[in-house]
Design a protein around this ligand. Structure first.
Ligand SMILES: Nc1ncnc2c1ncn2[C@@H]1O[C@H](COP(=O)(O)OP(=O)(O)OP(=O)(O)O)[C@@H](O)[C@H]1O
Length: 671
């Protein structure tokens, strides 16, 4: 197989690996030379031990990549296994990803003409993929690659899904994979399902990312991003700093970022938008972006060092968390694995225990509720943002009410799609209750051990968030020294800018036609089989049976969600004490409970709990910081209100949210 008539061998000796130019969730990407042709290529080395996908899925991804034939989509020339790695040979894109380029030279984003060209080429790639039945599912600046001549290609099919894929493979997963900042609301919203329009949302977010240098909400931890995506009005080009952008650019972004997926345009329609009609050829507008820059690998290395230095400087745990979150974002890692069962469990607890979470509005995002008035007169009849308010309210109600949004993976979710008149029908994952088959899939999930263990805290739900540091090292431990690799090991022990790190299990990350598993439809009923793998529910956090090896010896005690003793969810979530108690109850009779210090508890049992405890401490610190900053913000008004916390001044929708939030936090702290 190969490019055109060229074929590339499956012999690793024919490839000389040079510099590392990127690192993703499950792969390292090298600049390399294909010796027989003396041609530069990129070698993506996927660590099979770190991939949770089964090998067939990985191979299918590689196969589909090799069938791709479009100038704006990165294809693979061939792929083969070398030791425990799958090498995928691709064209080398000498300027790397747009994300890398922004981070090294354009921290505030690109100029509009470059953005227009990049987005137009990306749209062409999406057009091709959608026409061929694929939802990319991971459109973002980190996956838009640039060549030295200005060529733009969309890459990384690690999480893409085939709209025509049905059957076992589709049912076989219970983990939603994506990158939270770019994920469309319907992907998270119950009962709707999603289709290729999810790519249009991600495309709109990518437009903002290219315009600002970062995606909206990128500074927040994943759980918060999920809630904000669901609750808040869509982001847009509405800030003062966005005055420099044209009306047509703003309109185009507003069209993409409509919460109602049926009102989002197709790629075809978007391509006809005036913003793209006037886009310059990329050789004019994109090529100049890197005219004066050093080679890609030098930039990547510099970014790695900078990232490592930043992390080293930030010693405070809470600051570290943010740094980690930021560095992961900067690496463009997309394997944020959402365990849907865990999220559902957490969401259900949020519903009962934590209505006020729904009212936490971020300062930046509040303005969206009252903005976007200028985006209503799109020639394509795009909805006014304000017309989405009913939907906003609906979301807010759902969060606070009985239909809390929760991720759901329907076990029988089948992609229903067909191709009519040459265009893609709106293939949608079915999320109706009758389609769920939850019990079956949940049981499978337990069996395959894909859920996260330990108390469910925002950090744990998205497994990688806090444990990142640990996995960073794991990554280095596991790494093979590849021939030609020049980056010294010490530096690789620092957080790698281009690397993913801690992405634990990228369950479907490598399946090009990975099923679209996440959808809505959470049933919060006592007989909900989704709770089959809940071992304990404590406050808003739960211990799940992710790792049956870990929990099988611990009595599964069902704790009422609103037990009077459990009024302090956060504190309760620090379940180490309970766990020790449980463990001690299982001690052979006669052994004194005072022996706890000498308990012969295996490290494999202790470490996860210590880890959880650490996470909870971090979250508490985070909450304290949030409270402090809320208080600081409120201080000027405070004096005039006799010590009462004032309502949020910016939006009537936020009245009282600070005080509720504060109350919520003080409940945590005082309990
Ligand atoms: N063909 C290529 N030429 C040059 N650089 C590349 C190429 N492919 C990937 N890269 C660089 O390597 C990085 C990681 O690659 P890629 O996104 O394919 O890995 P991944 O493990 O699938 O990552 P992700 O976490 O985004 O899923 C990219 O962001 C890009 O900077």
């Amino acid at each position: 197989m190969g490019s055109g008539s060229r074929s590339y061998s499956a012999n690793p000796q024919d490839y000389k690996l040079l510099e590392e130019v990127g690192y993703g969730a499950s792969a390292t990407v090298y600049h390399a030379v294909y010796l027989p042709y003396n041609e530069e290529v990129a070698v993506k080395s996927l660590d099979l031990d770190r991939c949770n996908s089964n090998f067939d899925d990985i191979r299918k991804e590689a196969q589909i990549m090799s069938l791709i034939d479009h100038r704006n989509v990165v294809k693979s020339y061939c792929s083969f296994v070398v030791d425990r790695k799958l090498w995928v040979i691709m064209p080398f894109m000498a300027q790397g990803s747009c994300l890398h380029l922004m981070k090294s030279a354009y921290p505030d984003g690109f100029e509009e003409d470059a953005i227009g060209s990049i987005l137009k080429e990306t749209l062409k790639a999406l057009d091709y993929l959608h026409q061929h039945g694929h939802i990319h599912r991971d459109v973002k600046a980190g996956n838009i690659l640039l060549d030295s001549n200005g060529e733009v290609k969309l890459s990384d099919f690690g999480v893409s899904a085939s709209m025509f894929d049905t059957g076992d493979r589709q049912r076989s997963r219970n983990t939603f994979v994506g990158t939270p900042c770019w994920m469309a609301p319907e992907v998270l919203q119950p009962g709707t399902g999603y289709n290729f329009k999810a790519d249009i949302w991600s495309f709109g977010i990518t437009a903002l990312e290219l315009a600002h240098g970062h995606a909206p909400f990128s500074k927040y931890p994943p759980m918060k991003v999920l809630l904000m995506t669901i609750q808040n009005a869509p982001p847009g080009l509405d800030y003062d700093r966005d005055r420099k952008f044209s009306k047509s650019f703003k309109e185009m972004v507003a069209m993409c970022l409509v919460k109602d997926q049926t009102k989002r345009p197709s790629v075809d329609k978007l391509l006809k938008h005036s913003f793209f009609k006037q886009a310059k050829p990329p050789e004019l507008s994109v090529k100049k972006l890197f005219a004066d820059l050093p080679p890609l690998w030098t930039r990547v290395k510099a970014l790695q060092l900078k990232d490592a230095a930043q992390l080293a400087l930030k010693r405070m745990p809470s600051a570290e968390q943010e740094a980690i979150s930021q560095s992961e974002y900067k690496r463009g890692v997309s394997a944020w694995n959402f365990d849907v069962d865990d999220l559902k469990a957490q969401a259900s607890l949020v519903q009962e225990e934590d209505d006020d979470i729904a009212e936490i509005k971020e300062e930046d995002e509040n303005k969206f509720f009252n903005s976007n008035k200028d985006t209503s007169d799109s020639q394509f009849g795009v909805d006014k943002r304000n017309s989405d308010n009913s939907q906003e309210n609906e979301f807010a109600l759902q969060v606070g009410g009985s239909n809390v949004p929760a991720l759901h993976v329907g076990g029988n979710d089948i992609l229903q799609s067909d191709k009519r008149n040459g265009s893609i029908a709106e293939a949608t994952t079915s999320t109706s209750e009758k389609d769920m088959g939850t019990g079956k899939i949940k049981t499978q999930a337990v069996k395959v051990g894909k859920t996260q263990s330990g108390p469910l805290v925002p950090g744990t739900v998205l497994g990688h968030y806090l444990p990142e540091k640990g996995r960073l090292f794991e990554r280095f431990e596991n790494e093979n020294q590849l021939p030609g690799e020049k980056i010294n090991r010490d530096m690789r022990r620092a957080p790698s800018f281009s690397g993913p790190l801690m992405l634990p299990n990228r369950a479907s990350a490598n399946s090009l036609s990975a099923p679209i598993k996440s959808s809505g439809g959470f049933r919060d009923s006592p007989d909900d089989k989704s709770k089959a793998n809940l071992v304990q529910i404590k406050g808003r956090f739960s211990v799940t049976s992710e790792n049956l090896d870990l929990v099988k010896d611990i009595p599964a005690s069902s704790v009422s969600r609103r037990s009077s003793q459990d009024s302090s969810p956060l504190r309760k979530s620090a379940s180490v004490g309970d766990w020790m108690l449980d463990f001690k109850q299982q001690m052979p009779t006669g052994q004194s409970s005072n022996d706890s210090a000498n308990l012969n508890v295996p490290a494999s049992v202790i470490v996860p709990h210590l880890h959880n405890l650490y996470q909870q401490m971090s979250i508490q610190q985070d909450l304290i910081m949030s409270l402090l900053s809320s208080l600081q913000t409120a201080e000027p008004n405070d004096a005039s209100q006799n010590g009462k916390l004032p309502p949020m001044p910016r939006s009537s929708e936020n009245n009282g949210s600070v005080s509720k939030f504060s109350l919520h936090i003080s409940r945590h702290l005082n309990a």
